[in-house]
Design a protein around this ligand. Structure first.
Ligand code: NAX
Length: 330
C-alpha cells in the first residue's frame, strides 16, 4: 500500500469542505490507490459540527481514508502535512467594512502561516481558498519564512472554469474545445478574464464570439458570477468551489494538460510588469512538479489597463494588512 498523503482542510465543517472532503476520500484528487489522512481544522464553536462531519466520513467506510485528525489547533492541523486546503475564513456580515474583513482574516492567515512554517512538510502545497484569497495567501506566505513562494497559491480556478463554460456555451461547443483562457489578478470583481489567447476548436475565441460580446458581456458576467449564484441559490458557490479546488491541487501535484494552461494566483516574480510579491493570478503550467508562469504572451493596451486595475486593488488590500505581514515583506 502507498504511504498515506496527509491533507489539511481548514473550515472543515463549512459548506465548501462538505463538498470537498468526500471527494478526497473517494480518490478524486490523487487517484484510487492513494490513501489519505485528513487533518481537519475548525474553530472551537464549530467543533460539534465537525464531529458530525467525521461521523459521516466514518459512515462512508472509504478504503482510502486511512485516518483523520479533528482539531481547533493550527499547529496540530498542519503537522507534517503534504497538502493544505485553507478554506476556513470569516464571512463578511452586515455592517462590517471591507477593511475589517481584511484585518480579521489577515489575523487568521497570519496564525496559520506561522503554524505551516513550523509544522508543514517543506515541500507542502498550500492552496488558499478563503477570501480575500489572494491577500490571505500573501499574509500566510509572508509569515512562513522557512517556506518559499513555491509552497503557496490562491484559487482563481473557479473564475477560470466559469469563463471556460461561458465561452463554450456561447460557441455551442463542449468545454473540452476551449483552450487558453486566462484569469489575471485578484479573485474579486476586478479580476480580468482574458480571451486574447483563447481558442475554441482551434479558432481564436475573439473571432468566434466577436469583440462586443467579449467586452460588454463576457468580462462582467465572469466577474460577478459568484454574486449571481448567491442570488439564485440563496447560498454562495460550494460544490463548484470544491471542484475548482480539487482541479487546482490535482494540476499542481500531477501536472497541467499538455495542450493548455490553467489560472493560478501565486506570489509574482515581476512577470507582466506586476509588482513582485503580490499574489496575482497568472496563466500557469506545471511540469515535473514545478509550476511556471507562462511568459511572453502579448499584452495590448486594453489588457494592460485591466491588469493594472486588479493589481492596484491587490496593492490597496496589502496596504490595509501591512502591519500583519511577516518578516519577509515582499
Ligand atoms: P462557510 O461559512 O460555510 O465555512 C467556513 C468555515 O470556516 C466555517 O465552518 C467556520 O467555522 C470556519 N472557520 C472560520 N474561521 C476559521 C479558522 N480560523 N480556522 C478554521 N476554520 C475556520 O464558508 P464556505 O462557503 O465554505 O466558504 C469558505 C471560504 O471560501 C469563504 O471565505 C468564501 O468567501 C471563500 N470562497 C472562495 C472562492 C474562491 O474562488 N477563492 C469561491 C468560493 C467561496 O466564496
Amino acid at each position: 500500500m502507498k504511504t498515506p498523503v496527509r491533507i489539511a482542510v481548514t473550515g472543515a465543517a463549512g459548506q465548501i469542505s462538505y463538498a470537498l472532503l468526500f471527494r478526497l476520500i473517494a480518490g478524486d484528487l490523487l487517484g484510487p490507490d492513494q490513501p489519505v489522512i485528513l487533518h481537519l481544522l475548525e474553530t472551537p464553536e464549530a467543533r460539534a459540527a465537525l464531529d458530525g462531519v467525521a461521523m459521516e466520513l466514518d459512515d462512508c467506510a472509504a478504503p482510502l481514508l486511512h485516518d483523520y485528525v479533528l482539531t481547533d489547533s493550527a499547529t496540530t492541523a498542519f503537522d507534517a502535512v503534504d497538502l493544505a486546503f485553507l478554506v476556513g475564513a470569516r464571512p463578511r456580515i452586515a455592517g462590517m467594512e471591507r477593511k475589517d474583513l481584511l484585518e480579521i482574516n489577515a489575523d487568521i492567515f497570519r496564525t496559520q502561516g506561522r503554524a505551516l512554517n513550523e509544522r508543514a512538510k517543506r515541500n507542502a502545497r498550500i492552496l488558499i481558498v478563503g477570501n480575500p484569497a489572494n491577500t490571505n495567501a500573501l499574509i500566510a506566505w509572508s509569515n512562513a519564512p522557512e517556506l518559499g513562494a513555491d509552497n503557496f497559491s490562491a484559487m482563481t480556478r473557479l473564475d477560470h472554469n466559469r469563463a471556460v463554460t461561458l465561452l463554450a456555451h456561447r460557441c455551442e461547443s463542449p468545454v473540452s474545445a476551449v483552450k487558453g483562457v486566462i484569469v489575471w489578478g485578484n479573485h474579486s470583481n476586478t479580476q480580468f478574464p482574458d480571451l486574447h489567447h483563447a481558442s475554441v476548436d482551434g479558432i481564436p475565441a475573439l473571432e468566434r464570439v466577436g469583440w462586443d460580446w467579449y467586452e460588454q458581456q463576457f468580462i462582467q458576467t465572469v466577474q460577478v458570477r459568484g454574486t449571481a449564484v448567491l442570488q439564485v441559490r440563496g447560498k454562495s458557490s460550494a460544490a463548484s468551489a470544491a471542484h475548482a479546488a480539487l482541479g487546482h491541487m490535482r494540476d499542481w501535484v500531477l501536472g497541467t494538460p499538455a495542450d493548455d494552461w490553467v489560472s493560478m494566483a501565486l506570489p509574482g516574480d515581476g512577470s507582466y510588469d506586476v509588482e513582485p510579491g503580490l499574489v496575482f493570478s497568472y496563466p500557469v503550467v506545471v511540469r515535473d512538479g514545478q509550476r511556471h508562469i507562462v511568459r511572453d504572451l502579448s499584452i495590448n493596451r486594453f489588457c494592460a489597463e485591466r491588469m493594472k486595475q486588479t493589481e492596484a486593488e491587490l496593492a490597496a488590500e496589502r496596504a490595509v494588512v501591512q502591519h500583519l505581514l511577516g518578516r519577509r515583506t515582499p
